[in-house]
Design a protein around this ligand. Structure first.
Ligand code: SF4
Length: 365
């Protein structure tokens, strides 16, 4: 194993000792490389991706440098449905996932023969952390007559217990389909997304009470005040947000769906209620439009949890280079769990094909 070419250090090393997982995640935000370091670092990563037959798959919420690098090297920046699809179809032997842990696990479950690497294996998600598999199994055992539908933001072990996995791009049509079949649904883990889907479909749904720490922060009164200041702005909201925030939306949808809305609507101003990492793609696609972050209570909070995911922020150019150099941070999923977890994921991908949901796998980007 060779010495790393670029040193990775972290901005707030002391906070890594705290018991708060959110604060720990912020503590592990990697140092931003200097402007002088960046060009050589980016070229170095590009070379390693080619040498190692690797593809970079990035989420809209990660640092703009990683989003740009993924696209410049033949990878993808997208939502978790597209990331799963793309990594599955791409011929590369190694998939490098710049996102959070469940995305790396999903890539591994779909591609057990491939090597899946992540810049930081501690990059997690409050929804995943808030739904431990033992408690989730007990919840399912108590309701055996329900069809189990889990959001992508869950561990491999939780997916292994599910009948269906969904992402926010496809949750509505899948639950609608199950309702038409007369199924009762056990839903986990995001309560806001679950409530939104229940309200839209009228399905009978039992909810796990999880939440995303980023979307849970959006505030209704402050959003109303911001709307009053920008009366011509359209409000784009991700459905992991609280119901009162969703009620103020002009468009509710997954990251891909609200990016599309920001492109296709003729308005020149948008207020965006989701992780602010998405603004990079919106501004790139519509450089003459104005994008405003929806307000959160972050300024008064102890934890820095306003409109940017601390776990997504753990991905950076430096730790990406380091994992490619060292081969560390490989995702492993227990083979038995993987065999069961692939079924609900594959069911979702097949359903997406069946309803011709536009996804960005290879060849249809
Ligand atoms: S933004 Fe929320 S849902 Fe997405 S990874 Fe972070 S904590 Fe999880």
């Amino acid at each position: 194993m060779s010495e790393p070419t670029f040193a990775v250090d972290y901005d707030h090393p002391d906070a890594a000792q705290t018991s708060c997982s959110t604060a720990r995640a912020w503590a592990k935000q990697p140092r931003e490389p200097s402007a002088a370091e960046k060009p050589a670092l980016i070229e170095h990563i590009k070379r390693m991706l080619i040498e190692q037959n690797a593809v970079l798959v990035a989420h809209y919420y990660v640092h703009p440098d990683l989003q740009d690098l993924a696209e410049a090297t033949g990878g993808i920046v997208s939502d978790s449905l597209d990331m799963a699809n793309f990594g599955h179809q791409h011929p590369a032997k190694t998939v490098v996932v710049a996102g959070v842990r469940f995305m790396g696990e999903t890539a591994k479950i779909l591609n057990p023969e491939k090597r899946v690497l992540m810049p930081d294996l501690d990059a997690n998600c409050s929804l995943d952390l808030g739904c431990p598999s033992d408690e989730f199994n007990a919840f399912c055992d108590a309701h055996p007559d329900h069809t189990v539908v889990v959001y992508a933001n869950t561990s491999a072990a939780v997916k292994a217990r599910a009948d269906w996995m969904v992402t926010s791009s496809i949750a509505l049509p899948i639950v609608k389909h199950l309702k038409e079949q007369g199924k009762k649904i056990l839903w986990a883990p995001d309560r806001h997304l679950g409530n939104y889907i229940q309200q839209q479909t009228g399905a009978e749904m039992l909810m796990w009470q999880g939440a995303c720490i980023v979307h849970d922060e959006f505030k209704t009164d402050e959003l109303k005040a911001l709307k009053a200041l920008h009366p011509h702005a359209k409000v784009l909201v991700h459905p992991e947000s609280p119901a009162a925030v969703i009620a103020l939306a002009d468009v509710v949808g997954s990251t891909t769906q609200i990016i599309k809305a920001s492109q296709t609507l003729s308005n020149q101003e948008f207020i965006v209620a989701t992780d602010n990492g998405i603004l990079h793609k919106m501004r790139t696609l519509s450089p003459y439009k104005k994008f405003i972050e929806a307000p959160t209570a972050g300024s008064g909070a102890n934890c820095k949890s306003c409109a940017h995911c601390p776990w997504m922020a753990m991905n950076g150019l430096l730790n990406l280079a380091q994992v490619l150099e060292s081969g560390t941070n490989e995702i492993h999923v227990d083979a038995e769990i993987g065999k069961r977890a692939v079924l609900p994921i594959q069911r979702m991908l097949d359903f997406a094909k069946q309803i011709k949901l536009p996804t960005r796998g290879i060849g249809n980007a």
